[in-house]
Each structure stands twice: as structure tokens, then as C-alpha cells.
Design a protein around this ligand. Structure first.
Ligand SMILES: Nc1ncnc2c1ncn2[C@@H]1O[C@H](COP(=O)(O)OP(=O)(O)O)[C@@H](O)[C@H]1O
Ligand SMILES: [Mg+2]
Length: 327
């Protein structure tokens, strides 16, 4: 496991016959040992990118090197260096975790003695030793994801691809998986390319984040730098009287641009930052508007997405009619 090379992608395009340009000219540079979070709504092109980078789908144009090898011409070498846990986990409900592990270690050509040692080590690592002889069909979502992760690590890949590894998991299973992924980079120097629809996930886990929308990267950087770019917090206010909604919006519009909010409230991004809050309260007082709730929101990656695309990340998907056809 060298970890000398990361991922280098230049003007990558993947077009589906009769379909959209799922990946529409993206550039990516993922450094060795880095956790790169690929954040975007449903249908943005995340899985297609992963499938191209893992050599499971040919690219239309552009180039991509993974672990130093060209995905188009050196697929065999790429595959030897990478591990992947894809969205459609290929687990057999009738087999146990230990049986899956035996198959996977055999597939990768480990010797008989290595097979046993490596398999047990990985089951232990993801906390599945006790459940190892139970059929996977009875596993929880979190257990399946952890098994999938363990299977992807059998041949000690230097680069790991995880396609929405925590979608549908409860918060506890989600953070358990985050811990495991963080440990992989910290202790083993594994490079991780991870896709997610969850901004908290990108925020908590990724060293750098690329935000993808409709096949294009709309923003990239460390989570902090991306949020700093937005800078100013927004204030969200619920009027005590429903009838005051319009008057409230009028007063707030003097303090900044409006941002999406729940239907009963009004929100604006404070042009002058947090220090303007007192002024806002005075203005509302002056206009005779009483306030039921007032919340100040620090910028999130959702604000970044909103700024770049004009839409909110939550509910921004299914622009192309959902991801039913996604692989
Ligand atoms: N095999 C396919 N044939 C045609 N269109 C596809 C196929 N796979 C994905 N798409 C389309 O490409 C776009 C990107 O899909 P995908 O990469 O799965 O997005 P994400 O993983 O971000 O949800 C979507 O519009 C999707 O419907
Ligand atoms: Mg996907």
C-alpha cells in the first residue's frame, strides 16, 4: 500500500446514450491520504463519477488517473489498488458475513492461511464478529454497510471509494461508520473518495469537499473555507401574528437578501453580519411587529450550495426525474 498517488481527473465527461450528460466536464485532484467528500443532491452525477473512476463504466471524454494509473487504459492496475463499496451493495442475503468474507478473500487470491487471518481481522475491525455466522438478510442497514466496507478492504487498497455509505442509516450507525473511515486514513493512510447527500457528513468527515450539481462541480475547498466564503449568518424570524408576515418581510429586506425558510417564518442573510441583530430587533419594535421566535444560523454547506445553484441542497434532487436508473 503505497499511497503515493491520489486521484487526478481532467475535464471528465460521461454521457449516457439517450440520457443526460451525467458528468459534464469535471476536474478533481485528491491528494494521497485525503478524505474527499463529493457532495450533491440525487441525480447530480456522483455515482456515475465513482463508476468511471472505479473502471466499471467507460468515460466519454477527458481523462482520469487513479493511484497513478489511467482508468481507460490501465483498468487492471487501477482495480488492484482500489476498494469500493458501491450504492447497490452486492450482498447475498442467504450468506453469512463470514461466508462473504471467504468468497472475497478467495476472489482476491489470498492464500488459505491469509484468508482466515485477514477475514477475521476485518470482521473484528467493523464489529461484526458476533454476528459473523448469521445470514446477512437479517442484518440492519448499518451492519450491511459495515460488512460492505470490510469486504472492500480485503486486498489492502490504497484508495477507497464509498458511494453514499450512510444513506438511510440512523445517526448512531452513521457516526460509527464515520469513525471507521477516519481511522482508515489516520492509521493506514488510505485515500478516501466518498459521495454523500448529507452536508453534515461532508462537513464532519471530509478534508476537502467538492459540491456537484447537474454534472458540474460548483464549489470546492475545505468545509471551513467554503463556509467562510459565505461568511455572514442569516437570521430567521417567526412573527407572533401570522398577519405580520408581509410586514416582517419588508422590514427584514432592509438588512439583506432573503433566504429560504419554513413557510411561517422569514429569513435573510445579514448583510452586516451578526452585529446587526440589535438593529433588526429595534426596527421590528418600531414597526410594531412582535416576534415569536428568532434564530441566528451560522453558514452551512447548504448555504454554499444555495449560493452557487440558487436552490437548497435538501430537495434539490430529481431534476432529471429521480435516480431510478442510477447504478
Ligand atoms: N445507466 C444510465 N442510463 C441513463 N442515465 C443514467 C444512467 N445512470 C445514471 N443516469 C442519469 O445520470 C444522472 C446522474 O446520475 P447519478 O450519477 O446516479 O447521480 P447521483 O449518484 O448523484 O444521484 C441522472 O440524471 C441519472 O438519471
Ligand atoms: Mg448515486
Amino acid at each position: 500500500m503505497s499511497g503515493r498517488h491520489g486521484i487526478e481527473v481532467v475535464e471528465l465527461v460521461r454521457e449516457f446514450p439517450k440520457g443526460p450528460r451525467a458528468v459534464d466536464g469535471i476536474d478533481l485532484h485528491v491528494a494521497p491520504g485525503e478524505i474527499y467528500g463529493f457532495l450533491g443532491p440525487n441525480g447530480a452525477g456522483k455515482s456515475t463519477t465513482v463508476l468511471v473512476l472505479t473502471t466499471l463504466l467507460p468515460l466519454t471524454s477527458g481523462s482520469a488517473r487513479v493511484a497513478g494509473y489511467d482508468v481507460a487504459t490501465q483498468g487492471r492496475y487501477v482495480r488492484a489498488e482500489i476498494g469500493a463499496a458501491l450504492q447497490e451493495a452486492a450482498l447475498d442475503p442467504l450468506l453469512s458475513a463470514r461466508e462473504h468474507m471467504r468468497l472475497q478473500t478467495t476472489l482476491h487470491g489470498l492464500s488459505r492461511s491469509d484468508r482466515k487471518v485477514r477475514g477475521e481481522e476485518l470482521l473484528e475491525r467493523v464489529g461484526l464478529v458476533e454476528a459473523a455466522d448469521r445470514r446477512v438478510g437479517g442484518y440492519s442497514g448499518g451492519m450491511k454497510r459495515r460488512l460492505d466496507l470490510a469486504l472492500a478492504l480485503v486486498h489492502r487498497p490504497s484508495i477507497l471509494f464509498l458511494d453514499e455509505p450512510t444513506t438511510g442509516l440512523d445517526p448512531q450507525s452513521r457516526t460509527a461508520l464515520w469513525d471507521e473511515v477516519a481511522r482508515l486514513t489516520r492509521e493506514d493512510g488510505v485515500t478516501v473518495f466518498l459521495t454523500t447527500q448529507y452536508l453534515e457528513e461532508a462537513d464532519a468527515l471530509a478534508d476537502r469537499v467538492g459540491i456537484i450539481d447537474r454534472g458540474r462541480i460548483v464549489a470546492e475547498g475545505t468545509p471551513q473555507a467554503l463556509k467562510d466564503e459565505i461568511g455572514r449568518p442569516s437570521v430567521e424570524i417567526v412573527p407572533a401574528q401570522d398577519g405580520d408576515h408581509e410586514a416582517l418581510a419588508a422590514v427584514l429586506s432592509r438588512f439583506g437578501e432573503s433566504v429560504p425558510a419554513l413557510s411561517q417564518s422569514v429569513a435573510v442573510r445579514l448583510r452586516g453580519g451578526e452585529s446587526e441583530l440589535a438593529e433588526v430587533v429595534r426596527a421590528l419594535d418600531g414597526a410594531g411587529i412582535s416576534v415569536s421566535q428568532l434564530r441566528l444560523h451560522a453558514p452551512t454547506l447548504d448555504d454554499v450550495f444555495l449560493e452557487k445553484t440558487g436552490r437548497s441542497l435538501e430537495g434539490a434532487g430529481s431534476e432529471h426525474g429521480g435516480d431510478e436508473s442510477a447504478g
